[in-house]
Design a protein. Structure first.
Length: 391
């Protein structure tokens, strides 16, 4: 006996608008019906369909799913949702705005990536918002320290974010030397050395097994089998995949470098099945035709797959890359080759995987194990050994 799928209807505030949210598990029939109405849009962040709330849209939502699903209406439907607090608008003088725009042009002239430019712009804009209308010529190191104390600390920014801000400020001082900020005394906090989370081989296979959607499974398998960054996966074009030679060409990755990677034999049937089924146009992973897939979507379905596989570790797409590197090291691959496969500029970056590899650590015996074995070899101390075992 076939049971009808369940559809949950809720109400909330989304994109500055009172909205209806429609949630249901992946179902081709329901998706087709929702798309046909053209009244609903898909939200990547909320993982649901939504439409502006009106009595008509609520009635329409009930009519759409009335005969094809079991409808659960949340109590929030009867309440006016509270509008979320909007982010405080920056207050920056026109003169300082011109300086910030010139700083962005300066960064582009230095050929920094758009991602870095966006991050540094945000830091400098927040800093100028903090100092209010103080002219840049009178800024000192104490202004930078106060910004960190009054803004960074309350927001609980990480050490790496703190270091990025200092880097942005150092570049700003180079760009605008008229300020009284001493570049040499702007110290970055000491870098945190946090060991990466690594999944076992069995956990990787369980994640892939629990990823039912063919497209999602192909994406996760490609990230792990080639050790790709998520940005590299999303920028991977079909022309960069050579099935016959089992090679991937990663173009213009971090540090503006290209590199070749071996495509796993076991991944080829999955990749071919995916390509023949979905028929992407330009990119290996496409959201809309000929457009890149979103990183938020990858993180979302990876999270669902980990939950289905009963994995409680905090797993991100980069965790798959960490696992790839660690497993290569445990399989006896030389660090120099791993560095090349990962696209690391410095060998020190690759060396971190020696700290999480189990290959050599498992050979080390605890002093307690050595002591127990030593006692076990002495006949007159068997009693002490049995007491230790049952303690």
């Amino acid at each position: 006996m076939n049971t009808l799928p369940t559809v949950s209807i809720k109400r909330g505030y989304y994109k500055n608008q009172d909205s209806i949210f429609v949630y249901f598990k992946y179902n081709d029939q329901l998706i087709t019906v929702v798309k046909r109405t053209k009244a609903f849009k898909w939200s990547i962040s909320k993982r649901c369909w939504y439409t502006p709330f009106t009595n008509h849209s609520l009635k329409l939502t009930n009519q759409i799913f009335d005969t094809i699903a079991v409808i659960n209406i949340d109590q929030s439907i009867n309440k006016l949702p509270t509008q979320p607090s909007t982010k405080k608008k920056r207050v920056i003088s026109e003169k300082n705005k011109e300086i910030i725009r010139a700083y962005v042009s300066y960064l582009r002239g230095k050929c920094y990536s758009e991602s870095t430019i966006k991050t540094y712009f945000s830091f400098i804009a927040d800093f100028f918002d903090f100092i209010n209308h103080v002219p840049p010529e009178s800024l000192t190191n104490r202004d930078v320290e106060l910004f960190i104390e009054k803004v960074f600390i309350p927001r609980q920014y990480s050490i790496s974010t703190h270091r990025q801000f200092i880097s942005a400020m150092k570049l700003f001082v180079n760009f605008y030397p008229d300020s009284k900020i001493d570049n040499l005394t702007l110290d970055r906090p000491k870098k945190s050395y946090i060991l990466p989370t690594v999944l076992s081989n069995e956990e990787i296979i369980n994640i892939l097994r629990c990823t039912k959607n063919l497209k999602h499974r192909a994406i996760l398998a490609m990230i792990y089998s080639a050790g790709l960054r998520i940005s590299e996966l999303l920028s991977l074009e079909l022309s960069h995949i050579d099935i016959q030679r089992r090679q991937l060409i990663v173009k213009n990755s971090k540090g503006r470098k290209d590199r070749n990677i071996i495509l796993a034999k076991s991944c080829i049937p999955l990749v071919l099945n995916y390509l023949n089924t979905y028929k992407p146009n330009i990119y290996f992973a496409e959201g809309k035709p000929s457009e890149k897939y979103s990183p938020e979507s990858v993180r979302a379905f990876l999270k669902r797959s980990c939950k289905a596989a009963n994995i409680t570790k905090k797993v991100t797409p980069h965790t798959l890359r960490h696992s790839y590197a660690t497993h290569l090291l445990e399989n006896g691959i030389d660090l120099r080759y791993i560095q090349e496969l990962l696209g690391h500029s410095k060998p020190e970056t690759t060396m971190i995987y020696t700290h999480v590899s189990k290959k050599d650590l498992l050979r080390i015996e605890s002093p307690l194990d050595v002591a127990v074995k030593k006692i076990g070899r002495e006949p007159n101390k068997q009693g002490a050994l049995s007491q230790l075992k049952y303690y």
